[in-house]
Design a protein around this ligand. Structure first.
Ligand SMILES: Cc1cc2nc3c(=O)[nH]c(=O)nc-3n(C[C@H](O)[C@H](O)[C@H](O)COP(=O)(O)O)c2cc1C
Length: 253
């Protein structure tokens, strides 16, 4: 099986394949009808059992965005851009549905519940990203909303059985950043079964590509595996587990 694309590309796929995260934004508001389209696209995504266990909090208030920029470890693009969306795993709606029907919800106490919430939020964020980029906007996802999760929970007034999973900065790009190379498709896609032997050599090859990418941007002594090794030698957001438990996501079933 070869991996040759190109012949069926339409404007949606072209726009998706042109993705790059943007960390420099113009001071320009997003028209309300444009934001509405992005949110409706997110709402059109599939969800597990049609449970729709997701909420999106729209933040435009400058002082709130400044606080979030600080809590996420100093990410100025959050306050610079006009809109910040927070994708929330939301089992509060399902809890009300259970109560309404005289049953007692426990799915939020299981790892399965957490996975369902994360997958659904990821799909919704993906649709928001694709829509925003197709309309000429730039984005960058912000996983670091989980760096100080209790502050986020309090700021957004999140009830029990909800959790802030990921943020999304949206605005008009001040400049187009370079596209970051990916692993070749042969490493992403495994035909019929996982091709374990391909992984180590593919990492060597990708390290060479990424070493060039980083050194062209002034970072001479790094590559993909060094970056990942540095990130994953610790649990970088240690407050996630206790705050998830506090919100009812026990993760013990
Ligand atoms: C779930 C998720 C969380 C992320 N969190 C952050 C973040 O907190 N700050 C940031 O600057 N970029 C963040 N990113 C952006 C990634 O660093 C970026 O997507 C990756 O380096 C690939 O670069 P590209 O998006 O330009 O292709 C996040 C991306 C994802 C998907």
């Amino acid at each position: 099986m070869g991996f040759k694309g190109g012949c069926v590309v339409n404007s949606i796929i072209y726009s998706i394949k042109n993705h790059r995260s943007i960390r420099n934004y113009l001071e320009k508001d997003i028209p309300e009808e444009v934001l509405q389209e992005i949110l409706e696209a997110a709402n059109a995504m599939p969800t597990s059992i049609n449970g729709q266990q997701i909420s999106i909090v729209v933040i435009k208030d400058k002082s709130k965005k400044e606080k979030i920029a600080e809590w996420t470890g100093g990410q100025p693009w959050i306050s610079q851009a006009p809109v910040f969306l927070v994708f929330v795993a939301d089992f509060y709606k399902a809890y009300i549905a259970c109560e309404k029907n005289g049953s007692h919800q426990i799915i939020h106490e299981s790892i399965e519940g957490s996975l369902v919430g994360a997958v659904d939020a990821g799909l919704a964020m993906g649709a928001a990203i694709i829509s925003a980029e197709s309309l000429g906007l730039g984005i960058v996802p912000i996983g670091a909303v989980r760096r100080n999760p209790q502050e986020m929970i309090d700021l957004l007034g999140l009830p029990q059985y909800t959790y802030p999973l990921v943020g999304l900065v949206i605005g008009y790009p001040a400049d187009a950043s370079a596209q970051k190379p990916r692993f070749p498709l042969e490493t992403l896609v495994h035909v019929e079964e996982y091709q374990k032997d391909k992984i180590a050599p593919a990492i060597d090859e990708y390290d060479t590509i990424m070493s060039k990418y980083y050194s062209e941007r002034g970072d001479k002594d790094t590559n993909w595996s060094k970056q990942v090794a540095n990130a994953y030698k610790q649990v970088y957001f240690p407050d996630v587990y206790p705050t998830m438990k506090k919100q009812g996501f026990l993760n013990d079933k």
